[in-house]
Design a protein around this ligand. Structure first.
Ligand code: ZN
Ligand code: ZN
Length: 146
C-alpha cells in the first residue's frame, strides 16, 4: 500500500500546479528547490523596492520593521529545506527497494504521483497542509506579491 493522500497547490512563483504527499509536505509553497530559491530572492527584491517607496516620515520605521520581519522569516524557513530534501531522498529509496511492480500492475489511468518524491498518491487531495510551519503559514500568500 503505497497510496497516500496529498495536497494540491500552485507554486507561489511559477504557478505550476503541484501535488505534494504528506511525507514531503512542510507547508511548501514552491514546486521545486529552484523556485523556492528564486522565489525567495524575488521577495527580497520586492521588499527592497517597498523600502525605497515608503522611506520617509513615520513610514520609515514601518518599512524597517517589515524588512526585519522578512529577514526573520527567511531565517526560519531557511532551515526547513535540508531536512525536507533528506526526507524526500529517504522516501525515494524506500520506494526503489519495494520496486515499481505494484504500481505497474495497477491500472495506470488514475495514478498520480507526488511531485517531490514520486510516491504514488491516493486519488483524493487535501487543500490544506497537514502540519503548519510556525509563523510562515499564517499569511501564505502575503509574501512575494506585494
Ligand atoms: Zn515553481
Ligand atoms: Zn512526496
Amino acid at each position: 500500500m503505497l497510496e497516500d493522500d496529498y495536497r494540491l497547490f500552485n507554486c507561489q512563483r511559477c504557478q505550476r500546479q503541484v501535488r505534494i504527499c504528506r511525507h514531503c509536505d512542510c507547508g511548501n509553497v514552491y514546486c521545486s528547490d529552484d523556485c523556492s530559491r528564486l522565489g525567495r530572492r524575488e521577495s527580497v527584491r520586492s521588499a527592497g523596492a517597498r523600502y525605497q517607496r515608503t522611506r520617509r516620515g513615520a513610514r520609515f520605521h514601518a518599512a524597517r520593521q517589515s524588512v526585519w520581519r522578512e529577514r526573520q522569516r527567511q531565517k526560519v524557513t531557511h532551515h526547513r529545506f535540508p531536512t525536507e530534501a533528506l526526507a524526500a531522498k529517504v522516501v525515494t529509496e524506500v520506494i526503489r527497494e519495494i520496486g515499481d511492480d505494484d504500481v505497474l500492475d495497477s491500472p495506470a489511468r488514475n495514478v498520480v504521483r507526488c511531485d517531490f518524491c514520486r510516491r504514488p498518491l491516493a486519488p483524493f487531495a487535501r487543500l490544506a497542509p497537514v502540519r503548519r510551519p510556525h509563523r510562515v503559514a499564517t499569511h501564505p500568500l502575503r509574501t512575494g506579491w506585494f
